[in-house]
Design a protein around this ligand. Structure first.
Ligand code: NCD
Length: 318
């Protein structure tokens, strides 16, 4: 029995714990230098069995900004997985070297297997089409900053709702807040999975499914655009047919409220035209910045280093 904490799904934290985490993230944004040596003697391992640019670099930057160091691999072919080592053995080995591990894996559930065998906190940095909890923390922090809280808004999720793990994680996490209406905008082939709509029905949370983005644009407070997940398609032809189904451009955004915000987990392919980047409603690069603060706050939380720090600050301030 150990009291290690991992992050496999955003639901692993209560909403109160998330509020604390977001408060730390906001404090980091405003007082970065205060945190610069908090992890001076700590090592983060990034074990990425699947390609990633921003998530891996965001984790690594988070640890470096906390004063810590980073080890790891960015490609399974550079690890002993290519020799047939199991995830369970890899994490036992990593536990001997590092203090905390962020793991991305193409197989759903692989980071959970790692967590079960780990002596250090494991963060799920994306497992197949399943969950991507740190992107969700990033999305929640961004919504909270822009809207003031996480209640009472209409969010449209658009694009690949079938394979997009960021979408699945975000809907799950938002289902714990009140007054949220979901509008799912996708072609029939990429509809949101039934297990998610079943969960919403069960919790009496309002949602609609539509095909045309233009039809619902004026209602939205947030529009969460996603890329069609090429790597999860079985057949290239289907991907080519669906990849440009939605392109958010100036004409379409004109239908939106002035205070609507566009989010995207990135990478973007064609689904948001670059002409939108300078629109005041484009929040996706701010999201990337928030991802750094929230990962810094998460590392501190899982290493159980936030309480002493916050108390210390309170003592300093009052
Ligand atoms: C997302 C992912 O990996 O699922 N990207 C990310 O982490 N920022 C979204 C995507 O790849 O489309």
């Amino acid at each position: 029995m150990n009291d290690l904490r991992h992050l496999m799904s955003p639901m692993d934290f209560s909403t109160e714990e998330l509020e604390n985490l977001f408060d730390v993230a906001v404090d980091i944004e405003n007082n970065m230098s205060k945190y610069a040596h908090m992890c001076d003697d700590k090592i983060l391992a990034t074990c990425f069995y699947e390609p990633s640019t921003r998530t891996r670099l965001s984790f690594e930057t988070a640890m470096l900004r906390l004063g810590g160091k980073v080890i790891g691999f960015a490609d399974a072919s550079n690890s002993s997985a290519s020799k047939g080592e199991s995830v369970a053995d890899t994490i036992r080995v990593i536990s001997c070297f590092a203090d905390i591990c962020a793991m991305r894996h193409p197989k759903e559930g692989a980071p959970m297997v790692a967590a079960d065998h780990s002596l250090i906190p494991v963060i799920n940095a994306g497992d197949g089409g399943h969950q991507h909890p740190t992107q969700t923390l990033t999305d929640l922090l961004t919504i909270r900053n822009l809207h003031g809280n996480l209640h009472n808004f209409t969010i449209g999720l658009c694009g690949d709702l079938k394979f997009g793990r960021t979408v699945h994680s975000l809907i799950n996490a938002l289902s714990r807040y009140t007054g949220i209406t979901f509008i799912f905008i996708s072609p029939n082939e990429l509809r949101i999975p039934d297990y998610i709509t079943d969960m919403l029905k069960h919790k009496n949370i309002p949602y609609r499914e539509v095909i045309r983005l233009e039809d619902v644009m004026p209602e939205l407070d947030f529009l969460y655009m996603t890329r069609v997940q090429k790597e999860r398609f079985f057949n290239e032809e289907d991907y080519i047919r669906l990849k440009d189904f939605y392109i958010l451009d100036k004409a379409k955004i004109q239908l939106a409220k002035e205070n609507m915000y566009v989010l995207h987990p990135l990478p973007r392919v064609n689904e948001i035209s670059v002409e939108i980047d300078n629109d005041k409603r484009a929040a996706y690069f701010k999201q990337v910045q928030n991802g750094l603060y929230v990962r810094m706050a998460l590392i501190l939380t899982l290493l159980d280093m936030t309480k002493s720090h916050i108390n210390h600050n309170l003592l300093k301030e009052y």
